[in-house]
Write a protein that binds this ligand. Structure first.
Ligand code: ADP
Ligand code: NI
Length: 223
């Protein structure tokens, strides 16, 4: 369908307002959900939406707003979700569009386990874009930033990657940055919804494999 250049004036205004709201809220974030993460997810979602023929305006709003009700950013996630629903109801889009964006945001988070599959092409595009931001060079950078913020070690050969985890274990267990590759990042390539997402994930996945190989060689002092 259409990219931002073909949106109506009204759609442009709504996207600009959504961006301003998100920026104001996330500017000071350091948990890996900062404004730059949103910006990257928006860019990638645009690429996927265009290639997959998804509604780029719905994708843009969902990508911009996808972390606004996240439990890591909000002391009261239920209130944040209500605020988000109110914002969408009042921003000038149809009720149907508002519900679609809410549904995408509610279904897309990973949270250490599986969620119901994304129902629409737009949801699939935005979820792929969010997951793609956790892998590749950017994904590697985010793991170490997140681990550092949590005071966790880069690597500890004595701490093994965990298999199935509860949400509590996923968030708060004893963990290392390197283990997170096995617990999440290396699994994401196979969870892509769209062909474009799969294509982008393949390159980023290979880059992580090369990174890990090099990491272990250096860790062991191999020549
Ligand atoms: P989302 O909310 O998009 O599912 P998360 O909150 O799980 O993402 O993760 C945000 C970023 O922090 C991601 O890049 C992820 O890889 C990284 N991250 C999450 N949990 C860990 C962890 N236990 N160790 C290292 N990095 C993590
Ligand atoms: Ni995200």
């Amino acid at each position: 369908m259409t990219g931002p250049e073909l949106w109506t004036e009204e759609q442009r205004r709504i996207a600009t307002e959504a961006e301003a709201w998100v920026r104001a809220k996330l500017d000071k974030e350091s948990s890996g959900h900062d404004w730059r993460h949103i910006e990257r997810v928006v860019s990638t979602a645009r690429t996927i939406a265009q290639a997959e023929g998804a509604d780029s305006f719905i994708c843009e709003l969902a990508a911009l707003l996808h972390d606004m009700a996240d439990e890591k950013l909000n002391i009261d996630p239920i209130a944040a979700e209500q605020e988000l629903a109110r914002w969408l109801a009042n921003c000038g889009i149809s009720e149907h569009e508002a519900e679609h964006v809410m549904e995408i945001i509610a279904t897309m988070s990973f949270k250490g386990g599986s969620r119901p599959p994304m129902r629409t092409k737009e949801g699939q595009a935005v979820q792929d874009a969010d997951r793609l931001d956790a892998i590749g060079a950017v994904g590697i950078s985010r793991v170490f930033a997140y681990s550092g913020a949590k005071g966790r070690p880069i690597h500890d050969p004595g701490i093994l990657p965990r298999g199935n985890m509860t949400e509590e274990e996923y968030r708060n267990g004893r963990d290392t940055a390197i283990n997170h590759f096995y617990e999440k990042l290396l699994k994401l390539k196979d969870l892509m919804n769209t062909a474009t997402g799969q294509e982008l994930a393949a390159g980023r996945h290979r880059f992580m494999e090369v990174f890990l190989e090099q990491f272990y060689a250096e860790w062991d002092g191999r020549k």
